[in-house]
Design a protein around this ligand. Structure first.
Ligand SMILES: NC(=O)c1ccc[n+]([C@@H]2O[C@H](COP(=O)([O-])OP(=O)(O)OC[C@H]3O[C@@H](n4cnc5c(N)ncnc54)[C@H](O)[C@@H]3O)[C@@H](O)[C@H]2O)c1
Length: 252
């Protein structure tokens, strides 16, 4: 079937070249989208560009620190200029600090809220301006099972993912009449730079795997498949949804 996903030639901005953003950027590029991938880490960008080449695709990159509103807006403007529009936007930056609430400092809170939630708002708002004016858009955010479950030692992270879920639902409702869908993927534990050190320590990998009905952790490519669907023409009537990619973790 030719271009079943309808992604050929679609201008797509992916923010975050880590495990999930990188795999999704490669999948979108392999599906024919014209991808601009942004990250603060030039080595990550280069490594994903190599992965894309191996998959027979190509993508453009932009090195950018997205921790402020002007930087997020400038990147969205740069993407729309370089790609000649913006049909797809994926937000895949985020970090976690695992400590009990009573041990958290003010900076832990503000840095996580800034990176996980404020950058999603700033860049999503800027992308939404382009997409609503154009009458077409597919926006995807990276939420988490932590936006639903009350994992201990995850307070700022869980708060940002719960906040993100509500942010995208309001965006979805406001922008649905303009042909713009807004959804999230919500992964369980996937082995990436975000989780690797934690999974490697103190039997965490085994303990966390035991909580997953499917009996294993997820793979970045499995998140990328869901992102690709939500970014595609096939998901035109799906909006405001949080799609759990977790082997059944939130059922337990
Ligand atoms: N990996 C998982 O198990 C998992 C599970 C649920 C949700 N998520 C979410 O998915 C998203 C991506 O996670 P990941 O596993 O790919 O993480 P990752 O750590 O592999 O990648 C995050 C990327 O964000 C970039 N980044 C950090 N600060 C930045 C800044 N100021 N400006 C630009 N780039 C910046 C990093 O350089 C890195 O490449 C995050 O929102 C995360 O919370 C991940």
């Amino acid at each position: 079937m030719t271009d079943w996903l309808g992604l050929t030639g679609r201008p797509a901005l992916v923010v975050g070249a880590g495990g999930l953003g990188g795999a999704s950027a490669v999948a979108l590029a392999a599906a024919g989208a014209r991808v601009l991938l942004a990250d603060v880490d030039a080595d990550r960008l280069e490594s994903v560009r190599r992965d894309a080449k191996e998959a027979g695709a190509d993508l453009e990159t932009a090195e950018a620190d997205l921790s402020t509103a002007p930087a997020c807006r400038a990147l969205v403007g740069e993407a729309a200029d370089r790609l000649g529009g913006l049909d797809v936007f994926l937000h895949a930056v985020g970090r976690n600090v695992r400590r009990p609430v009573l041990d958290l400092g003010d900076d832990d809170w503000s840095e996580i809220v800034n990176l996980n939630l404020s950058t999603a708002y700033w860049s999503g708002q800027a992308a939404g301006r382009v997409m609503t004016a154009n009458g077409y858009g597919r926006m995807v955010f990276c939420s988490s099972v932590s936006g639903l479950l009350a994992h201990p030692h995850h307070a700022p992270y869980a708060a940002t993912k719960g906040g993100l879920n509500q942010l995208l639902r309001v965006m979805a409702r406001e922008w649905a009449p303009c042909g713009v869908t807004v959804n999230a993927v919500a992964p369980g534990y996937i082995e990436t730079g975000l989780t690797r050190a934690y999974l490697d320590a103190d039997g965490h990998r085994e303990a966390l795997t035991a909580l997953v009905p499917a009996g294993r952790l997820g793979r970045p490519e499995e998140v990328a498949d869901a992102v690709t669907f939500l970014a595609s023409d096939r998901a035109a009537f799906v909006t405001g949804q949080i799609l759990y990619i977790d082997g059944g973790r939130v059922l337990v």
